[in-house]
Design a protein around this ligand. Structure first.
Ligand code: GLC
Length: 565
């Protein structure tokens, strides 16, 4: 099958927009939809095929918009539904597809349905849309189960009504994010309407937030106690009462039917990409079985250390598993939840998703493998991140870019505590830095903040003084900039018949600690992860390199794309 016969989403390069931090057209310090419209030419010149827009819905912003107060409107912070329609139309005019976030696991505690549930009282149909339970212990003063929240503390919050404390409700994330009860068919019907609302408006696909957590074990069993938190284990294990339950199969097949009905009516394809951390890989592959979801993020690349053996094993494992099921593998180097790739690869140890702000709390020792130590060598990290981008775009299947990756932005690791906004920072008493450092507004132009993000309003998170050199304008005409590398690589990727979805073959022709694979017709990708420069394969011509070659050799932490004889 040639790239032109394949569905677009099997090859796509998708750019993630985090609206709050992308572009601030009305100069109030917060990004907005109009800013997104104005920067579509930029995205077109970058060469992406689609965007994924993180939540743009009305929200009290307890979790950066992943606490949705109205699923069928746009936050006044970001604009109006008319602005969203304009964005869709302008993106489509430029051949850019639009995916938006669907947040079906939980809403905001200000959502009308949750408010109604609070006032309706125990046993009401309104409460059955959520997980309300009586507490345990004397007077129900203890949470119904030992479940722990992913943001720290108990996953249950007690309702305090006019007559004092009463039932508890479940929140896998912040207390401001009550979980919907997917065992109630009314919840599924509500989301059918939400999905159709956006598909009818022309949205091309949905990124499903926490796609693996919707269904809960309605017997509410305690989970094994995590000795360090004293709470039930919140992370995945087989048989966990909320991760990857069998009920997801029917939910996803139903959504797929809705999406397919658009193509069947000649209205174009509608697709899903799941956010799921389900392990092992075989379990995750169930999500992309025929009749279920189109794609699911492959976070393995994001978690993988910068080491040839680990990368090769990770790539193979994913390609084999996806090919067996007929789904394309998505590749991801970063998103709004993780330490930026430049910073991750600049650490003494690579392969961890988060940064620690200070002394790890006792219970975090258990999770030490997820957290980076300081310091960061940003130049080393950027060099590796540039090589990783060429690797990512050369692999078979769709690739995601998190806004700012194309500028080589680092994580902002020194945000003062008073500007931080992430609930994971507050709910761990500031011991986990949280995700604000990767959400700092983008630098577009100029020599000081707000760097063209807005006109002169102070951005909602402060931008570093050193970002002048990293702005779009500063990198625009510089052939050696990271932005130019991305533009050039994406242009080659879209034109080259070997790239996009398909297969690869490893080659051992180049000795050393390298990744070298070929793709038909006539394409090679070589990444040098050894300490010494390595030679090019015989007869190869360089199409693009992530850094300068040295006497015809490929230096350490450098990737090249090759035209092969
Ligand atoms: C997803 C989002 C993250 C959010 C969480 C809860 O993991 O990517 O930003 O905090 O869901 O909605």
């Amino acid at each position: 099958m040639t790239s032109t016969d394949r569905p677009w989403w099997r090859d796509a390069v998708v750019y993630q927009i985090y609206p709050r931090s992308f572009a601030d057209a009305n100069n109030d310090g917060t990004g907005d939809v109009q800013g997104m419209v104005e920067r579509l030419d930029y995205l077109q010149s970058l060469g992406v095929n689609a965007v994924w827009v993180s939540p743009w819905y009305p929200s009290p912003m307890a979790d950066g918009g992943y606490d949705v107060a109205d699923y069928c409107d746009i936050s006044p912070m970001f604009g109006t539904l008319d602005d969203a329609d304009a964005f869709l139309a302008c993106a489509h005019e430029r051949g850019i597809r639009v995916l938006i976030d669907l947040v079906p696991n939980h809403c905001a505690n200000t959502h009308p349905a949750f408010r109604a549930a609070l006032s309706a009282g125990p046993g009401s149909p309104e409460r059955s849309l959520f997980h309300f339970r009586d507490g345990s212990g004397p007077d129900g003063a203890e949470p119904p189960t030992n479940w722990g929240s992913l943001f720290g503390g108990s996953a249950w919050e007690r309702v305090v009504g006019p007559d004092g404390p009463e039932q508890w409700y479940l929140h896998m994330f912040a207390p401001e994010q009550p979980d919907w009860n997917w065992a109630n068919p009314a919840v599924a019907e509500f989301f059918d309407d939400v999905i159709r609302f956006w598909f009818d408006r022309g949205v091309d696909g949905l990124r499903v937030d926490v796609a693996d957590g919707l269904a809960k074990d309605m017997d509410y069993p305690d989970t094994p106690i995590d000795p360090e938190t004293g709470l039930g284990q919140a992370t995945f294990y087989p048989g966990h009462p909320w991760w990857n339950r069998p009920e997801l199969d029917a939910i996803q097949r139903h959504w797929r039917d809705i999406a397919d009905s658009y193509a069947e009516r000649g209205l174009g394809e509608r697709i899903f990409v799941c956010e799921s951390n389900v392990k092992p890989l075989d379990a995750l592959m169930r999500f992309v079985e025929p009749g279920r979801m189109h794609t699911t993020f492959n976070f393995d690349m994001l978690w993988c250390e910068w080491e040839a053996g680990s990368l090769r094993a990770m790539i193979d494992r994913n390609l084999v598993a996806h090919a067996a099921i007929g789904a394309p593998t998505t590749w991801v180097l970063g998103n709004h939840d993780c330490t930026r790739v430049v910073t991750r690869y600049g650490k003494p140890e690579t392969g961890k998703p988060f940064t620690l702000a200070g002394t790890p709390p006792e219970w975090l020792h258990r999770f030490a493998e997820y957290f980076y130590p300081l310091p960061t060598d940003a130049a080393l990290g950027r060099r590796r991140a540039r090589a990783a981008a060429l690797l990512e775009f050369a692999l078979p299947g769709p690739a995601y870019i998190y806004q700012g990756e194309e500028l080589g932005l680092p994580e902002v690791e020194d945000l003062p505590d008073e500007v931080r906004d992430d609930p994971s920072f507050f709910r761990t008493n500031g011991r986990i830095a949280g995700r604000d450092g990767c959400r700092v507004p983008l630098p577009w132009s100029g020599t000081r903040s707000p760097y063209g993000f807005g006109v002169d309003a102070e951005p909602w998170l402060p931008q570093p003084a050193a970002w002048a050199d990293l702005s779009v304008a500063a990198q625009d005409g510089d052939p050696d900039s990271t932005l130019s590398l991305y533009r050039h690589a994406l242009a080659i990727r879209s034109a080259h018949p070997a790239l996009g979805d398909g297969t690869l073959a490893w080659s051992d022709e180049v000795p050393g600690h390298v990744l070298y694979f070929t793709r038909e017709p006539g394409f090679g990708c070589l990444v040098n992860l050894s300490a010494e420069p390595v030679p090019l394969p015989g007869g190869a011509q360089v199409l693009i390199a992530s850094g300068p070659l040295e006497d015809g050799l490929v230096p350490t932490d450098t990737a090249v794309w090759l035209d092969l004889p």
